[in-house]
Design a protein around this ligand. Structure first.
Ligand code: NAG
Length: 267
């Protein structure tokens, strides 16, 4: 699994994998339960079996059968208040947030690629996700979200135009004026100002956290409260270093660290 963090902060990218890892150790001790009595990682046969905040899910790589897993996260600003620096909180982040089961083909070609999420972007946000990892490509004269290789999007690996997803983020930020969303781009867009255009068209520039306000060298971020007051509620990071100077989009590795693990290495 991958953990991304702002300096001083565990930025858990895939909490769900942690839950799966924990469940492997518990296999075999599940007790029979039903009617909303089943607790985290108990065996279940329907969503109704599970306690509030859980649902019944099967995940063959993680555990046999079906078990109750979390459907929502605890709001960190209710656990505490929002008066601390942004980097003192942890936020659930979805990897390949756009690669959603059943996402309709937008190219008229059936998609041949894997998916990573069951929830729509709006459901992810409503369920507590506050970080979205998206892969952006030049495609059909626009910016698209795509699973691909060698930086080229194909009809059979494309999910959809980025603007559709970004408009969902705009709708969420507009409806939740105290929430902050982070977008982390694996960015293959080479069109000059391509990203700037699509974020502008999605109505997101009014929430943009300016790169000049981002702390470097492990210093604290602004207070969440102040970010909310200033409407600096959208943080965007790109994997293309030159865009920080050319478009004012933060270069991810100037502000984030990633732990080392077997499968993924810090770039
Ligand atoms: C927020 O929580 C911190 C830590 O518990 C506390 O010191 C502070 O007074 C609280 N601020 C407000 C405005 O409630």
């Amino acid at each position: 699994m991958i953990i991304l963090s702002f300096p001083n902060l565990g930025f858990s990218q895939n909490l769900f994998l942690i839950i799966i890892a924990a469940s492997a150790a518990l296999a075999g001790v599940a007790a029979a339960c039903s009617d909303g009595q089943c607790r985290l990682l108990d065996e279940c046969s329907s969503n109704q079996d599970c306690e509030a905040g859980l649902y019944c899910f099967s995940c063959p790589p993680g555990f046999p059968g079906s078990r109750c897993v979390r459907s929502t996260v605890t709001n960190q600003f209710k656990l505490l208040n929002n008066s601390l620096p942004f980097n003192k909180y942890a936020f659930l982040t979805t990897h390949n947030a756009y690669a959603i089961d059943g996402y309709p083909s937008h190219t008229r070609v059936p998609r041949i690629t894997f998916t990573n999420q069951e929830d729509s972007i709006m459901d992810q946000l409503n369920n507590g996700v506050r970080g979205l990892m998206l892969d952006t490509y030049d495609f059909r004269g626009d910016v698209w979200l795509c699973h691909s290789f060698k930086g080229h999007c194909h009809d059979y690996t494309a999910f959809g135009p980025a603007i559709d997803t970004l408009k969902e983020v705009e709708a969420f930020l507009s409806a939740h004026p105290a929430e902050i969303v982070t977008i982390i781009l694996e960015d293959y867009v080479r069109a000059p100002n391509g990203l700037t255009r699509v974020f502008t068209d999605a109505g997101l520039m009014k929430y943009w956290f300016p790169v000049t306000n981002m702390p470097e060298n492990g210093q604290d971020w602004p207070l969440v409260n102040d970010m909310v007051q200033n409407n600096h509620r959208l943080l965007v990071f790109t994997s293309i270093q030159s865009k920080e100077a050319s478009e004012g989009i933060a270069y991810q590795w100037n502000y984030m660290v990633e732990n080392r693990c077997k499968k993924y290495k810090q770039s």
